[in-house]
Design a binder for this molecule. Structure first.
Ligand code: ATP
Ligand code: MG
Length: 425
């Protein structure tokens, strides 16, 4: 019996992995332009970090965490998301003491959630996220939103919808909370058991329920926007005015509440509107979390961030039929005929690689014709053919596959010859 990948996980094979690298490099380059620096945190953390920050009424904490006890009887959890760990590290490493705030960070890496696997939903998936911690300037909200839209645009995605909302400050949220309880309580027995628990603990999360989304009370539920106090309203107006100023289109959706407990003020999601993208359209989620640093033992440091998964990013690229960069292939494939030439090609291929070219050769003792075919399959720009006669004259035949031309070159000059030709076009 053969062993397969665990349910909800996947291998990223050559042919696909280039797409991952492409998206990661675009995202990293956009972060460079916006002046966000990389942070790397462990893949597992103390379980308590997530129960305290993500919130114990959330799907993540209630049913999605990979939690285990290590040999020292500590409860550890494979990280289900990135923000909690970044904030933990911000506090632990006293990054709040750095004179220039906010601290602008990005991260990428695997996240783990025990979910029901389906397209766009995995048990191990890779998130890319940013966090700006230490400022409550609404301009930073606009910057973070501009950054994510820039990443998508730089990759060529067009059919996107940015949805934003404000969850308000604590006072606004409390007023809204009372209104939600009054609205749902009389008929809460018509809702799922999760929603019944949410009513007392965090009624806002009822609005995010996937089971009860069509219940008539959902459509008539009190809107957070009607409960924002003047300060929260002014904050939200500032954020949207900055988005207007930089020409970023958005839709305000008062029902957007986001899954995690730690959000306040700005919340946003980016959805794909590409045909055939499938049922799950959310590509990216983010928002402001002003109390989280304090909850995790740090000083008051308001933050905002987002995360997207590369899996859904790639799915959106495919749904929009966006172009991927073409595989440029090898610079040079060495075809060696005869034992002596094969021996010699060991040093030759090494010399090319050392000089910065991508080079390969045959390792299956194939005939010349099969080696030439391999060179074709590897999309080699040059095929260098070394036979016994050539070797005796210390020369090699080089075919330029792009031009269809051919030259006979001194072996000692091969590297320079290839480099000169490659620089010429
Ligand atoms: P959903 O409502 O789809 O479950 P979520 O609210 O759990 O999303 P977040 O915690 O906000 O998602 O994560 C941010 C982003 O990470 C999502 O917008 C999505 O792109 C991606 N993501 C979340 N869960 C998965 C998963 N299981 N597989 C792949 N990508 C995921
Ligand atoms: Mg989820």
């Amino acid at each position: 019996m053969s062993v397969k990948v665990p349910r909800g996980t996947q291998d990223i094979l050559p042919g696909q992995s280039e797409k991952w690298q492409y998206i990661e490099s675009i995202a990293k380059d956009v972060c460079r332009r916006y002046h966000y620096k990389e942070i790397r945190t462990p893949i597992f953390e103390h379980t308590e970090l997530f129960t305290r920050s993500v919130g114990d009424t959330t799907d993540i904490v209630q049913k999605e965490m990979y939690t285990f006890e290590d040999r020292g009887e500590r409860s550890l959890t494979l990280r289900p998301e990135g923000t909690a760990a970044v904030v933990r590290s911000f506090v632990e490493n006293k990054m709040f003491g750095i004179p220039d705030q906010p601290t602008k960070l990005f991260y990428t890496g695997p996240m783990f959630r025990y979910e029901r696997p389906q397209s766009g939903r995995y048990r191990q998936f890779v998130q890319f996220g940013v966090e700006a911690i230490g400022s409550e300037d609404p301009a930073i909200d606009a910057e973070v939103i501009a950054l994510i839209m820039d990443i998508y645009k730089s990759a060529g995605l067009k059919k996107l919808k940015l949805v934003i909302n404000s969850l308000g400050d604590a006072e606004s949220r409390n007023a809204h909370r009372e209104a939600l309880i009054a609205h749902f309580e009389p008929r809460i027995d018509e809702f799922c058991t999760d929603c019944q628990t949410r009513l007392a603990k965090n009624p806002l999360r009822i609005l995010d329920c996937k089971k009860d989304r069509d219940h008539e009370l959902m459509a008539t539920a009190p809107s957070i926007l009607d409960y924002l106090n003047d300060e929260s309203k002014a904050y939200f107006a500032k954020v949207t005015s900055y988005l207007d100023a930089i020409g970023i289109a958005y839709t305000i959706d008062p029902k957007l509440v986001r899954g995690l407990d730690y959000y306040n003020h700005t919340a946003f999601e980016v959805m794909s509107e590409a045909e055939g993208f499938g049922a799950i359209t959310t590509l990216c989620g983010g928002g402001r979390y002003n109390g989280l640093v304090q909850d995790l033992g740090g000083p008051e440091s308001p933050g905002i961030g987002f995360a997207f998964s590369i899996e859904r990013f790639i799915a959106a690229m495919e749904a929009e039929r966006t172009e991927w960069p073409v595989d440029s292939g090898l610079d040079c494939f060495i075809v060696a005929i005869g034992m002596e030439a094969k021996d010699h090609s060991v040093a030759l291929v090494h010399e090319l690689r050392t000089a910065g070219l991508s080079a390969d050769r045959d390792y299956q003792d194939r005939k010349m014709k099969a080696q030439l075919k391999a060179s074709d399959r590897q999309k080699a720009r040059f095929t260098a053919i070394l036979g016994e006669d050539e070797l005796a004259e210390k020369r090699i035949t080089v075919k330029d596959m792009a031009e269809g031309s051919q030259d006979n070159v001194l072996l000692s000059e091969l590297t320079d010859y290839l480099k000169t030709k490659m620089e010429a076009n």
